[in-house]
Design a protein around this ligand. Structure first.
Ligand code: ATP
Ligand code: MN
Length: 528
C-alpha cells in the first residue's frame, strides 16, 4: 500500500486486518497486552488513561477562522506549528517496522458519511478503531479511494515542549482544512474517537445536520426513539443498553431531516464495577474482539477484576456495536420522541426525574450541568459543579448557540418531549444521607418515559428550578421522587437548592447576550 501522500514510507503496512491479526501482533510486539478468559484483548494505554483536553489544538486556517468557537475548548494553533507536529509524527512513524492502516466510515447515513483513515503503530489502536469506526465491506474497502480525514497516531512519541504553543509532552492537533489530525504524546485511544467526533461536529452543522453528544435507542415502534444526552459518567452507555429496546448508539449521533444516525460503529463502555447482573448487555459484549483498556486481571485465571481501579477509575471496553445483541444495524432511526438530559447531581438537589418545558430544555442544554464529589485532604467531601455547554463542550467546534438553536428547531418540528434525569445523588447531601440513585430505579424511570406513563402523571412544580416533578412513577417508590421530601431536613435542602441555583445562574451569565428572555427566565429562581 502506497502511503507517500501521507509522507509515510514504511514498507510493511497492514491494512484492515482481522481482529485475530491484531491480537497476534499485540501479544508479540506490544508489552502489557494479554488475553482475558472472556477472549477480550487487555491493553495498557500508558501514562495517560483519559483524554487530555488542555493539549487539544485546532489549526486556525483562514477558511475556519470565522467559524470556530475559539477559546479554552478550541485552542488555536498556527499552520506552521501544525506542520512541525505533523512532520514529527510522520518522522517517528517512519522509524517503525510495521504500521496499521484502518480505513472506515464515520456516520451510518451514506449521504453524510465521512471516509476516515487511521495510521497507527500500536495493534491496540488499530483494533480499537476497527471497533469504533463503521467497518467497510470488502467491496467498500476495495473502492475506498482517498480518505476525507486522516489520523496520524504517533502517541508513543512526545511532542517537543519547546515547540511554540506546547504546554506538555502531549499534543492532539486537528486541522479541518487539511482533513488531518496528529496525535503526539498520548496513547489513550479515546482521543482518536473524540477527534473524529470533533470533525463531525464541524462538518455536519454546515450541512444543516445537528451533531450531538448523546446515546440513542428505539422501542418496538419505529417512532419510539429516545436520545440520552449527558456528560461523562452520567449513564449514556449504561441506560441506552436496554434489553427491551434496540441500541442505535452509545455516544455520538447526528439528527438530519431524515432522522437520527449514529456516527460510530462501536461502543466504548466504562467497566468500573461492571457486573453481569446489573449490566448484562455490556458484560456479555466483552468477548473475543473487545478491547479492554487498563483493567486489572488475575495472572493465572485471566479473570478480569472490574473493581480493580489500581491503574485508573476510567477502565473501558471497546466493542463493535453488533456485540450488543439487540443493536440495530444499520444504526439509524427516525426522529426522536423523547430527549433525556442525564445529569449526575452530587448536590442531591435535582429530582430523579422532571419534565422540562421547551424553554427549560434549552436552558439545561446550554448549561450542560453535572457535578462530582471532590475529596479534600481532610476527608471532607464537597460537590463540584461542572457546566459544559450542550452536554459536551469539549467537542464543540461552533459556538454553543449554533447547536442549541438547531436542537430547539428540531424539537419543535418533531414535537419531542424533554426530561431531566438525575442519575447521581439523591435523598440528602452526599455523605449526609444522600446516595447514588439505584440503577434499577433509574431504569424504571426511563421505562416510564418511553412508555408515555409520565406524560399525564400528576406533577408539582419545583420552587427553585421551575420544572415539573412527577409525584408517581410505576415501579419507583414515590417517596424518592421529590428531593425536598426525601431529605431529612427540608431547610438544609432549601439552602442546597439555592446554592446550586446560584451556580446555574452564574454559569449562564456568559450565554445571556445571545439567549432570548424566555430561555433566560427558564432558569432557577434564587434569592439575592
Ligand atoms: P462517557 O461519556 O464517558 O462514555 P457515559 O455517559 O456513557 O460516559 P456510562 O458509561 O453509562 O456513562 O457510566 C455510568 C456509570 O454509572 C456506569 O458505571 C454505571 O454502572 C453507573 N451507575 C450507577 N448508578 C447508575 C444510575 N442510577 N444510572 C446510570 N448509571 C449508573
Ligand atoms: Mn459512554
Amino acid at each position: 500500500m502506497d502511503l507517500s501522500k501521507h509522507k509515510i514510507s514504511v514498507e510493511n503496512i497492514i491494512r484492515n486486518p482481522a481482529p485475530a491479526k491484531f491480537y497476534e501482533d499485540a501479544i508479540k510486539f506490544d508489552p502489557g497486552s494479554a488475553v482475558a478468559d472472556s477472549g477480550a484483548l487487555v491493553v495498557r494505554s500508558g501514562k495517560r488513561t483519559g483524554r487530555s483536553p488542555a493539549d487539544k489544538r485546532v489549526v486556525k486556517t483562514s477558511g475556519v477562522e470565522k467559524e470556530v468557537w475559539w477559546g479554552n475548548v478550541n485552542i488555536a494553533l498556527d499552520e506552521h506549528t501544525f506542520s512541525i507536529n505533523h512532520q514529527r509524527a510522520t518522522d517517528y512513524l517512519n522509524t517503525r517496522e510495521r504500521l496499521y492502516v484502518i480505513d472506515g466510515f464515520a456516520g451510518w447515513d451514506p449521504n453524510y458519511r465521512l471516509k476516515v483513515r487511521i495510521i497507527a503503530e500500536r495493534p491496540y489502536h488499530g483494533l480499537f478503531m476497527h471497533n469504533m469506526l463503521i467497518r467497510p465491506t470488502a467491496e467498500e474497502l476495495e473502492n475506498f479511494g482517498e480518505p476525507d480525514f486522516v489520523v496520524y497516531n504517533a502517541g508513543k512519541f512526545p511532542a517537543n515542549r519547546f515547540t511554540e504553543g506546547m504546554t506538555s509532552d502531549a499534543s492532539v492537533d486537528v486541522n479541518f482544512e487539511k482533513g488531518e489530525m496528529v496525535i503526539l504524546g498520548t496513547e489513550y485511544a479515546g482521543e482518536m474517537k473524540k477527534g473524529i467526533f470533533t470533525v463531525m461536529h464541524y462538518l455536519m452543522p454546515k450541512k444543516d445536520v445537528l451533531s450531538m453528544h448523546c446515546s440513542a435507542n428505539e422501542g418496538e415502534k419505529p417512532e419510539d426513539v429516545a436520545l440520552f444526552f449527558g456528560l461523562s459518567g452520567t449513564g449514556k452507555t449504561t441506560l441506552s443498553a436496554d434489553k427491551s429496546r434496540k441500541l442505535i448508539g452509545d455516544d455520538e449521533h447526528c439528527w438530519s431531516e431524515d432522522g437520527v444516525f449514529n456516527i460510530e460503529g462501536g461502543c466504548y463502555a466504562k467497566t468500573i464495577n461492571l457486573s453481569e447482573e446489573k449490566e448484562p448487555e455490556i458484560y456479555n459484549a466483552i468477548k473475543f474482539g473487545t478491547v479492554l483498556e487498563n483493567v486489572g486481571y488475575d495472572a493465572n485465571t485471566r479473570k478480569v477484576d472490574y473493581d480493580d481501579v489500581s491503574i485508573t477509575q476510567n477502565t473501558r471496553a471497546s466493542y463493535p456495536i453488533d456485540f450488543i445483541s439487540n443493536s440495530k444495524i444499520p444504526c439509524t432511526a427516525g426522529h426522536p420522541k423523547n430527549i433525556i438530559f442525564l445529569t449526575y447531581d452530587a448536590f442531591g438537589v435535582l429530582p430523579p426525574v422532571s419534565k422540562l418545558s421547551p424553554e427549560q430544555a434549552m436552558y439545561h442544554f446550554i448549561s450542560g450541568y453535572t457535578a462530582k464529589v471532590a475529596g479534600t485532604e481532610m476527608g471532607v467531601t464537597e460537590p463540584e459543579a461542572t457546566f459544559s455547554a450542550c452536554f459536551g463542550a469539549a467537542f464543540l467546534v461552533w459556538p454553543p448557540s449554533k447547536y442549541a438553536e438547531m436542537l430547539a428547531e428540531k424539537m419543535r418540528t418533531h414535537n419531542a418531549k424533554a426530561w431531566l434525569v438525575n442519575t447521581g445523588i439523591t435523598g440528602g447531601a452526599y455523605g449526609k444521607g444522600g446516595e447514588r440513585i439505584n440503577l434499577k430505579n433509574t431504569r424504571a424511570i426511563i421505562n416510564a418515559i418511553h412508555e408515555g406513563k409520565l406524560d399525564d402523571a400528576d406533577t408539582v412544580q419545583d420552587e427553585v428550578f421551575g420544572f415539573r416533578i412527577p409525584t408517581n412513577c410505576p415501579e419507583v417508590p414515590s417517596e424518592i421522587l421529590q428531593p425536598r421530601n426525601s431529605w431529612s431536613n427540608a431547610d438544609e435542602y432549601d439552602a442546597q437548592a439555592q446554592k446550586l441555583g446560584k451556580l446555574f445562574r452564574k454559569n449562564f451569565d456568559k450565554y445571556k447576550a445571545e439567549s432570548s428572555d424566555e430561555i433566560i427566565n427558564a432558569g432557577p429562581k434564587v434569592s439575592d
